[in-house]
Design a protein around this ligand. Sequence first.
Ligand code: SF4
Ligand code: SF4
Length: 446
Amino acid sequence: MTIREGNLQAPTRHPLDWRNPEFHDEAALFKELERVFEICHGCRRCISLCGAFPTLFDLVDESKTMEVDGVAKADYWKVVDQCYLCDVCYMTKCPYVPPHPWNLDFPHLMLRAKAYKFRKGHVRARDRMLTSTDAVGKLATIPVVVHAVNKANRMPAVRKVMERTMGVAADAWLPTYAAKPFRKAVPPSLQWPIRNGVRTPGKVAVFSTCYVNYNEPGIGHDLLKLLDHIEVPYVTIAGEACCGMPKLELGDLESVEKLKDINIPLLAPLAREGYAIVSPVPSCTLMFKQELPLIFPEDADVKAVGEAMFDPFEYFVLRDKDGLLEREFKRPLGKVSYHIPCHSRVQNVGQKTREALEWVPGTTVTTVERCAGHDGTFGVKREFYADSMKIGKPVFQRMAEPEPEYISSDCPIAGRRIAQGITQSGAPEPRRAHPLTLLRIAFGIE
Ligand code: SF4
Ligand code: SF4
């Protein structure tokens, strides 16, 4: 068979074969790592995407043979540890993804290696803590605790101790915890009639996410206000748990399954009743749209939820295309530097947030489509903090350049990291607002 360079067919993604014992077999894993590293060494397209590829290529170039066979197997982990599963190398760069016969899925191979490591117990207490978003959020938002936690997280002396004892980078800006979590203050939806469009269901179920619930409930409230404004009735999901993305990044597939077993029975009936399920955090949306269906391909409920899932701006833009969204704006936004996070890019829905922000008269949007370097918990870990800031630097510069009225990212965690990067370059702290907040402001909704 002739193997062509590149791949003209649409990429397809194979399910993750994680229940197969070979998936967790050390020899099979290292054989596959070597095979894929050899292809990447010959290609090197992904050099600028993250730290994983430069780490691999440096290991090869500094080895005796200057080939992958000269790299010590123990050093393979250095590559794996630099991958935060953003999926960008698979979705936007790699010409050897299926259906190409080389069948290369770099992020899923990194996930397999992380799962192997997790099963072997090679995981730090810090990483278990950082990925337990629900447990930490519940604890940190206890009324008498929340102010103390927020204060402590801002005290350099406390942060130095946290860095020494827990490995949480002292300089990384951490999110504040909300005195009133989102799910404890959800206003009831107005009773709008259900108007289904060709592209959009006329009722929405909001999967609020841990981050919005515990850290930035205002984003969730802005989403609800926007739904009311465009006359779409909503429900929220009592009993929702973390989507599982942080545990996936740790390679803890058993915890991913446990969380799936909480969320999917709550969401699948809503999907089948014709709700659009909307989540305001791109990583959580991606988890339901793409990752869970690949991890549980036999589960019809997971598939139904994945198919009902929308990014909020995907929903708004399609609602507009359905002729069911009134575009009457009251306030211009001026100059907006808008960042598209990796987990929005790989949803393959186009630049829907940019499109919606550009509806607003008197608004100029500068779009930056590049990794901001935070990537889940990667950017707050002591050993990766400097790498993370380096990855984000071009984004910080380009976002600051137009001297915008607002900086904004669909990913609120990336937005905070960008604000930190801009501030550390000596500029004043920029005004940061989530795109949902910007749209609410533009509509003149209080
Ligand atoms: S998934 Fe993202 S972080 Fe991992 S190797 Fe690919 S581009 Fe790098
Ligand atoms: S993941 Fe694909 S595109 Fe990226 S370096 Fe490897 S072979 Fe090349």
